[in-house]
Design a protein around this ligand. Structure first.
Ligand code: IPM
Ligand code: MN
Length: 356
């Protein structure tokens, strides 16, 4: 088992150190190799996704990714900005299925902005299509506006599109995941306005014919955003496109108290995956040793489960995380009166100690 370790920018290196610590403590003899990515990739090699990094990611059996993004590189041309690293990895490795669980740990019920009765016991899985949609659709760019009241002015444009097979494969992922959970899928679209998403709805409905044991419901994205904060426990599996999934998964993350708790997996057709926390690089708190490493540690657990079939070791990590929360240890993002405030590396040490 060889893992590419890509810490990235901002808090990425700090949280990655803790995940590596936990993986080493398992004693599974996992081989790890590091490479620069994002702003760090640009600083070291002049590109956010250096060739050597991409090659390592291709060779490895799985990728553990920290976060990318740094104010210092926001003014570079788009192709050189840190975000291109993760977009490039998703595209180059064909990581079309993004699994973003939103689970509320009972100990953190008070950290949610919603009332405890609305969120307690929350366990939903957002499945976001990750290599299509307006994120990657062409043509795109800035051109002269061809018609309408603004004809002749400059205009920015992007293209939303989804191919039949692209929708089909993510729908299968969602229905299969639902079979292992509550057997309910909510497909989120904007079929009332967008051609792309009327087509999405039709294809998901066709795929559903293979899964009569799973309940399918369609929901418009605006309503889904509302239902997520009104009655989030009504959802089991949510499947949606790249952009809606980006937005809804941030909203869902916050229901759980802190985005600092949530892992994610991005898988290709063979199950090879990139694992990363759902949060970003948080440059405002980088280098202070206060970032929450649990999302990255839990991402490492997802990696063991999905890429290496080590479900037992994954559960060991997840149980250890529950234990440190029960012990009252909290990084600042989830700190409440009566709990013990700890830093990034103390939190990692506590998880290692709790592995049992
Ligand atoms: C995410 C991030 C990325 C996205 C950015 C960094 C390109 O927000 O993983 O959700 O929009 O997909
Ligand atoms: Mn996002």
């Amino acid at each position: 088992m060889k893992i590419a370790i890509l810490p990235g920018d901002g808090i990425g290196p700090e949280i990655m150190d803790e995940a590596v610590k936990v993986l080493q403590a398992l004693g599974e003899g996992i081989e790890m190799e590091r490479a620069e990515v994002g702003g760090a990739g640009y600083a070291a090699h002049g590109h956010p996704l250096p060739q050597a990094t991409l090659q390592l990611a291709r060779q490895a059996d799985a990728v553990l990714f920290g976060a990318v993004g740094d104010y210092r590189y926001d003014t570079l041309e788009r192709a050189l900005r840190p975000e291109q690293a993760i977009l490039g990895l998703r595209r180059e490795l064909g990581l079309f299925a993004n699994l973003r669980p939103a689970i509320l740990y009972p100990e953190l019920a008070g950290a949610s902005t919603l009332k405890p009765e609305v969120v307690s016991g929350l366990d939903i899985l957002i499945i976001r299509e990750l290599t299509g949609d307006i994120y990657f659709g062409k043509p795109r760019g800035v051109r002269t506006c061809p018609d309408g009241p603004f004809a002749g002015q400059r205009e920015g444009f992007d293209t939303m599109r989804y191919a039949d097979g692209e929708i089909r494969r993510i729908a299968h992922v969602a229905f299969q995941a639902a079979r292992k959970r509550g057997r309910r899928v909510t497909s989120v679209d904007k079929a009332n306005v967008l051609e792309t998403f009327q087509f999405w709805r039709d294809v998901v409905t066709e795929v559903h014919a293979d899964y009569p044991d799973v309940e399918l419901e369609h929901m418009y994205v605006d309503n889904a955003a509302m239902q997520l904060v009104r009655a989030p426990k009504k959802f089991d599996v949510i499947v949606t496109g790249n952009m809606f999934g980006d937005i809804l998964s941030d909203a869902a993350a916050m229901l759980t108290g802190s985005i600092g708790m949530l892992p994610s997996a991005s898988l290709d057709a063979s199950g090879k995956g990139l694992y990363e926390p759902s949060h970003g690089s948080a440059p405002d708190i980088a280098g202070q040793g206060v970032a929450n490493p649990l999302a990255t540690i839990l991402s490492a657990a997802m990696m063991l489960r999905y890429s290496f079939g080590l479900a037992e070791q994954a559960t060991r990590i997840e149980d250890a995380v529950k234990r440190v929360l029960a012990q009252g240890l909290r990084t600042p993002d989830i700190h409440e009166p009566g709990t013990r405030r700890v830093g990034t590396s103390d939190m990692g040490d506590a998880v290692v100690a709790a592995l049992g």
